[in-house]
Design a protein around this ligand. Structure first.
Ligand code: ZN
Length: 325
């Protein structure tokens, strides 16, 4: 009897261990929803005052992103002495001259240091407006969710050490004022070194294709989308071409600034832009978002882009006729 009990206990322990090992394989410990929540809630908090360019609110967001890059040990971009790429521009709204910064952190590639993959999202939003009621435009979906993705992916790829290519993580400024930050960044680059651009834009809501799906802007303009689809086979997560072609979204987010230079640079999104009631409204708050959607999408981007990050796949270049469409 004792012997049978002993055998039972041994079997139970072995079974339990196998189960926990299996869980670790299935759920990547470096992308967890608690970290996603921390970044999202911080960036979309009232304290950040809607992250309008030129305000103390966006300064707090910039400091937060810098601190995260620093904690991860990312290095500086190009000849910069910090994570900020600072510049001035004239606002098209009121002709004011504004000083602002893209926040850039670099994870050097192991064997292909001169081949770059950029992972980006804009961190600015609309700020506070003089309206009654809730006057803070928190921009939780647009685009605290995307920056949350960039920060989480930076941690993931830093820990995974699979990047044969150099990854440049960028939080772009002044997207809402006309893609100003990404245009400035694009002016200074040798685009031939940029292998792919992965931009995250509003990844916090369930898309019309159902859960565990996202869509990619400009899907047919390079084969990056097909490469990602191939890498996601069997994961249960699906990537679709952008279903809102009449919205011209490919040219309306920061991916466009690099795509115009030929870089296969596209935006990931999950939001049904035709139905979304919170777009550019004070109601774009964290309560309207689904943490699980954000987390699963970040995991899908990590898995989906792995063969580009590790140098196995090289997507085709974007060719624009007239430089416009
Ligand atoms: Zn946006």
């Amino acid at each position: 009897m004792k012997r049978i009990s002993f055998l039972f206990i041994v079997c139970f322990i072995i079974f339990s261990c196998q189960k926990s090992i299996k869980n670790i394989v299935n759920i990547d410990p470096t992308i967890d929803s608690l970290l996603v929540k921390k970044h999202l809630f911080t960036l979309a908090s009232d304290e950040m005052e809607g992250r309008k360019v030129g305000t103390p609110g966006i300064e707090k967001a910039a400091s937060y992103i810098e601190t995260e890059f620093n904690n991860l040990g990312l290095t500086f971009y190009d000849s910069l002495h910090g994570y900020r790429q600072t510049f001035t521009f004239k606002s098209r709204e009121d002709n004011q001259v504004i000083t602002t910064s893209n926040i850039i952190g670099v994870l050097l590639g192991k064997s292909k240091k001169e081949e770059y993959v950029i992972i980006s999202a804009h961190y600015d939003h609309l700020g506070i407006k003089n309206i009654s009621g809730d006057s803070i435009f928190n921009g939780a979906n647009d685009n605290a969710s995307g920056v949350t993705g960039v920060l989480t992916l930076a941690k993931y790829f830093k820990e995974k050490k699979l990047n044969e290519r150099t990854i440049i993580f960028v939080a772009f400024t002044a997207e809402e004022m006309g893609l100003v930050g990404s245009k400035y960044f694009g002016k200074g680059i040798d685009s031939s070194k940029y292998i792919a651009g992965i931009n995250l834009e509003m990844i916090g809501k369930s898309p019309k294709f159902g859960s565990n799906t996202a869509w990619l802007t400009g899907f047919d303009r390079s084969d990056l989308g097909q490469i990602i689809q191939k890498n996601l086979l069997g994961t249960g997560y699906q990537l679709f071409p952008d279903p809102y072609l009449n919205y011209n979204l490919f040219f309306r987010s920061d991916n466009a600034s690099l795509a115009r230079l030929g870089v296969p640079s596209h935006s990931f999104s999950t939001t049904s832009v035709d139905l979304d009631q919170d777009y550019h409204q004070p109601s774009d708050e964290v309560q309207t978002l689904n943490i699980n959607v954000i987390t699963q999408t970040i995991i899908a981007i990590a898995k989906g882009t792995e063969s580009v990050i590790n140098g196995q796949d090289t997507p085709s270049r974007v060719i624009l006729t007239n430089g416009k469409n």
